[in-house]
Structure formats: structure tokens, C-alpha cells
Design a protein around this ligand. Structure first.
Ligand SMILES: O=C1O[C@H]([C@@H](O)CO)C(O)=C1O
Length: 586
């Protein structure tokens, strides 16, 4: 049973993140950026499985709002506090400047894995993000000696605000392409290759390893725009073991990693032996990484270094590796659960409703903005006056989307502009790429689609238009068992097509069992600002409002009592008990 407690000086959160604005050295230049505890990326947080954790997030920025999305937990709806999802105008008010918010997280023994936290406001996630690791519960199913986190992000020289203003201007001004892909916050900005930077350290990012060890590499896609394909010189032997946190997979051998915004992959990396290093006469190898499916390609390098000392090399003049251009085949229909007895995807016969979401780029006839629509709806964090979950607490079923109206309107209700789902429905959600309507250009983009709340079963992707029977036949013929994901790619198979024509699809299945308000959106930050987001409401008001109304008051107003500041200790709902990690042999 939930309780209401005031977090005065006697309350000590497990972790504290303070977000402020400063001028940082980045990509061999400087940038005015929102940072976490002074740095970008922010500190790596490590939390325990089967445990309740409190994370306090301060907004020390003078002007900008902030919410942190701590993504993403299996069964999030059941086990994470209702107002703690961190989607502004979906599930909570943003944290006003000068305030802080205490996020309550509850993990289970199945959550061990790789996650990250990031701001969910505007372009802030370019720099406001960091690794969030749920420690292993007992012995993990794969053996490794040590681990490394590989957190990937993008550099844009403009401020967050400038980028956003450009995207919402007439004429439209895109951010431009990435000016640097960064590994653990380091990388070489476009134009600085081979140059000394006036702004301090401009060396390549380095991953230090020891000979003969096996590492668990945790890949985190915290980019804003870039879809990154990367290969490892001299080490063409990575084994995928886990995906999107929590989901252990059967071992899958790969020669490269493709990482889109929002995704995580964990892979075993076998270091060379001393003998091999001697025979090859080297101590460093390059990681070569390249962006995919954008108008221009950024190529960068990092260094795998075997002797912790010694200078790290410059990037090579000629690329040592050739990375395939086509991205759409990588690991499709390949990843399968390590423990299939624990999970199984709904079959086509079990599906009770299909929601097809066309992704469309067009000029909005009213605003003249270049926008994206999902199922003919552009949704941004500015669209609603107050967060939908707040309205549902205040107004009950009057604020929940109407099911019957949604059925005849592409799946969403025009009044609330949200997608209603009944508890118990088995959904098939199909994202359908289409050629751009802007200037009748027919351009096709890629989109990493991401769901808050419970993870979905990914049942594949393909070119053209989705054919449910054909895909089901393929799954059955392969005896394929889908894995649970939270972010998968809507690919492109061609750069242009007829405007409006189908141009590739991605399909998910979900047993909707967890009431709540959940975002489903493209994880590309620019596309989010351009409207590529949607809000899904699972359950009716009675099913959603599990916490007594009196307890929720502090959450229902912007800057309400649940938000602390200098003079005011917040009053917070405790949804979970601190049980310790007793279900887990640590
Ligand atoms: O959403 C986008 O807008 C631009 C372009 O398509 C319109 O100018 C671009 O490159 C995107 O990815």
C-alpha cells in the first residue's frame, strides 16, 4: 500500500543528479550545454535488482524545464511509481527551474541489464544522459571477466534552444547533420580531424582492455540523430547476449554493432592474448564507426588499447575497415530469448486489434511547419495544457480517450489525442514508413521507435507494405521466438519513393496488461520536436488511478508539493517498500 511522506532532511536519496547549464569542451570545441553533475555524459548509476531506489533530480538550469526518463523497465507500469516515468505532458509535469523531483524506481530480479537515463524535454538529451546499470542478480548466464560501458552520443554546435527554434520556424531550419559522434563523451568534431584543438584534449576516445580477458561491452545508443554502425579492427568476434536491458538472448555472433538512438546491446568481446599481440606487433586497434541512412556520413574512430600507458594514436588516414552500407538486415529475425520458457509472443491468431501507424512527413497546412505525423497526428510536449495522467487523476474517465471514437480515427481519440487500449487487448502495432510529402520529394527516413512502459515483442520488419499473413508464415516456418525490446528500427530500403507510398514496416505485439499512460515515439530528438510522438492510455480511469487521490495532489499542479525547492521539502508517494535485495543472491 502506498504511503505519503515528506522528504525533509531525514530523507536520503540513493542517487542525486543535478542538471545545470555550462560551457563544456566537447568534440574539440565548446558548447553551451545542459550537463549532469557537471559533465556529459552524466555519472554512471548502478542500482540493484529486486530493490527500490530513489533518485533525486535537481533542475539547476535557470530557464529550462526538465524531466528525466529513466528507461526502461520490464513491467514498468506495475513496478515503477506512476508519476516517475519522466515523460513531460504524458505522465508528469516537468521539473521547474530551481526545483527537484524524487523518482522512485522498483526493479525485479529479471531487470539486470543496461539502461540509461536522459532528459525528456526538447533537445536536452543531447547532453543530459548517462548509463543506468542494474547489477546482475546472482551469476549472469554468460561468463565474463570485466565490463565496459560504451555510451554513444551526438555533437551539434548549436544550443538545444536554437535547434528547437529552427525546427519550429517558417522557413524550416533543420539542425543539420551530426557534427561528431562521441563515445563516452569524447570524439572529434567535423573539421577537427588531425588538427590540434585550442580547446584542450582532442584525442580519440579509448577503451582500455587487458589481454586474454572476456569483456561484457554495454552499448548504449544515446545519440540525438545518429544511427551508428561500428566495427572492431582485429576483433571480428562479438557475441550479443542481451538487448534493451533485461532481455538475455541466445548467443548471436556479429561482426559489427548497429546502434540507434534509444537502443542497448550487450556483447561479449574477447580480448587478444599476449601472444597474439606480440605476433601482430601492436597494442592498439581501431573501433571504426559510421552513421547510416542520413544525407551525409560521419566516420569516426576510437581506440581499443591494451597497454594502459602510452599515447593513443591519431585516427587513420584511410579507413582500416569496410562497413556494409545497408543497415536493414542486421540481426533481423535473429535474436531469440535465452529463456524461451519465460516468455512467448502472441500469435497472429491471438491478436485482438491491429493499429497501423503511417509515419508521414508533410508541411502542416495550418502552421506551415515541416512536421511528422503518426497515424495522421502530430504530438509534441507543447500540445496538451497539462499532462494526460494528471488530467485522468483530476477528471477520471472524462479525461481518458474514447475507445469507439479511436476505432474510426486511426486508433486515436480526437478529443484527447491519445490512443486508448483496453486491459487484456492483444495489440499488433505496425509502423508503416512512407515517402515524404514535403515538396513532393518522396524522401524516406529511418526511425528508432521506442515504447515506454512494458516492453513489446518485436516480430520483424520488411520492405514495402506490411502483410500480416506473410510475416506470420515466416515466423512459424522459422519457429522464431520474438524477444522483448523497447526500441526497434523502422528502416528504409530506398532513399526516395513516390510521395505517400509505403516504404518499409516494423511490427510489434503486446499483451496490454498494465494500466497507465505511456509514450510511443521516434527516439530521434529532432523528429520528436517535429511531432513524432504518441500517447497511449491503457485501462480506464478506475484501473489507472491506483493511488488514493489525496496522495496525488502534489503531483497535479506544475511546481506542486511533490516538487521540492530551496525552502520546501517535497511530499512524495512511496509506492514500494524497501525490501532489500533478498530475492537475489548477490
Ligand atoms: O525530419 C527531417 O527533416 C529534414 C528534411 O527531411 C526536411 O528538410 C531531415 O533531414 C529530417 O530527418
Amino acid at each position: 500500500t502506498p504511503r505519503l511522506l515528506t522528504h525533509d532532511s531525514g530523507f536520503v536519496p540513493d542517487h542525486v543528479l543535478r542538471v545545470s547549464t555550462r560551457n563544456i569542451s566537447i568534440a574539440c570545441g565548446t558548447r553551451q550545454s545542459a550537463v549532469v553533475n557537471g559533465t556529459s555524459p552524466g555519472p554512471e548509476l548502478r542500482i540493484l535488482p529486486s530493490q527500490r531506489t530513489w533518485i533525486r533530480v535537481y533542475n539547476d538550469m535557470r530557464q529550462a524545464n526538465l524531466t528525466m526518463a529513466l528507461q526502461h523497465w520490464h513491467g514498468l507500469a506495475q513496478r515503477m511509481a506512476i508519476f516517475s516515468d519522466g515523460s513531460p505532458h504524458g505522465s508528469q509535469w516537468p521539473i521547474p527551474p530551481g526545483h527537484f523531483f524524487d523518482y522512485e524506481l522498483q526493479t525485479t530480479s529479471d531487470d539486470s541489464g543496461t539502461y540509461f537515463y536522459h532528459s525528456h524535454v526538447g533537445m536536452q538529451a543531447l547532453t543530459v544522459s548517462g548509463a543506468l546499470i542494474v547489477e546482475d542478480c546472482g551469476h549472469p548466464p554468460y561468463k565474463y571477466d570485466d565490463e565496459r560501458t560504451l555510451h554513444w552520443s551526438d555533437f551539434f554546435p548549436q544550443t538545444d534552444h536554437e535547434i528547437k527554434v529552427g525546427l519550429q520556424s517558417v522557413p524550416f531550419e533543420f539542425s543539420g547533420e551530426t557534427r561528431g559522434v562521441l563515445l563516452n563523451g569524447k570524439g572529434i568534431g567535423v573539421g577537427h580531424e588531425g588538427a590540434e584543438s585550442p580547446f584542450g584534449d582532442c584525442s580519440l576516445p579509448v577503451i582500455d582492455v587487458d589481454p586474454s580477458k572476456t569483456y561484457r561491452f554495454r552499448f548504449i545508443g544515446a545519440t540525438g540523430l545518429s544511427f551508428v554502425s561500428m566495427a572492431f579492427e582485429g576483433h571480428e568476434n562479438l557475441t550479443i547476449i542481451q538487448v534493451d536491458g533485461g532481455q538475455w538472448t541466445q548467443p548471436s555472433s556479429v561482426d559489427r554493432i548497429q546502434l540507434a538512438s534509444g537502443q542497448r546491446f550487450d556483447a561479449l568481446f574477447a580480448a587478444k592474448t599476449e601472444k597474439q599481440l606480440e605476433a601482430e606487433g601492436r597494442k592498439t586497434y581501431f573501433i571504426q564507426f559510421e552513421t547510416r541512412d542520413r544525407p551525409t556520413t560521419y566516420r569516426g574512430y576510437a581506440v581499443i588499447r591494451y597497454s594502459k600507458t602510452g599515447t593513443s594514436p591519431r585516427g587513420p588516414i584511410t579507413p582500416p575497415l569496410t562497413i556494409p552500407n545497408n543497415a536493414y538486415d542486421w540481426l533481423e529475425y535473429e535474436l531469440q530469448p535465452l529463456y524461451p520458457e519465460k516468455i512467448s509472443h502472441p500469435t497472429l491468431g491471438e491478436v485482438t486489434r491491429r493499429v497501423t501507424i503511417d509515419t508521414t512527413q508533410l508541411v502542416d497546412p495550418q502552421t506551415q511547419h515541416v512536421v511528422w505525423r503518426l497515424a495522421n497526428l502530430s504530438w509534441t510536449e507543447e500540445l496538451l495544457e497539462s499532462p494526460l495522467l494528471v488530467d485522468i487523476y483530476k477528471f477520471g474517465d472524462r479525461a481518458t480517450p474514447d475507445y469507439d471514437s479511436a476505432l474510426v480515427n486511426n486508433g486515436w481519440d480526437p478529443r484527447t489525442r491519445a490512443f486508448p487500449v483496453k486491459v487484456g487487448e492483444v495489440l499488433e502495432i505496425v509502423f508503416q514508413n512512407t515517402g515524404s510529402l514535403v515538396k513532393n520529394g518522396g524522401g524516406v527516413d529511418v526511425h528508432p521507435f521506442h515504447a515506454h512502459g512494458e516492453h513489446f515483442y518485436d516480430i520483424g520488419s520488411g520492405d514495402g507494405a506490411y502483410d500480416a499473413e506473410a510475416n506470420e508464415a515466416k515466423l512459424v516456418a522459422m519457429s522464431y521466438r520474438a524477444v522483448k525490446r523497447d526500441t526497434t528500427m523502422l528502416y528504409r530500403y530506398t532513399t526516395t519513393t513516390t510521395p505517400g507510398a509505403p516504404a518499409g514496416w516494423r511490427a510489434w505485439r503486446l499483451r496490454a496488461n498494465q494500466p497507465g499512460v505511456w509514450l510511443v515515439h521516434c527516439h530521434t530528438l529532432q523528429h520528436m520536436i517535429m511531432g513524432m510522438q504518441s500517447v497511449w492510455v491503457i485501462g480506464n480511469a478506475a484501473e489507472i488511478r491506483q493511488v488514493p487521490f489525496e496522495y496525488t495532489r502534489g503531483y497535479l499542479e506544475y511546481g506542486g508539493d511533490a516538487y521540492g525547492n530551496w525552502t520546501h521539502a517535497p511530499t512524495c508517494i512511496h509506492e514500494f517498500e524497501d525490501m532489500g535485495s533478498e530475492n537475489c543472491n548477490l
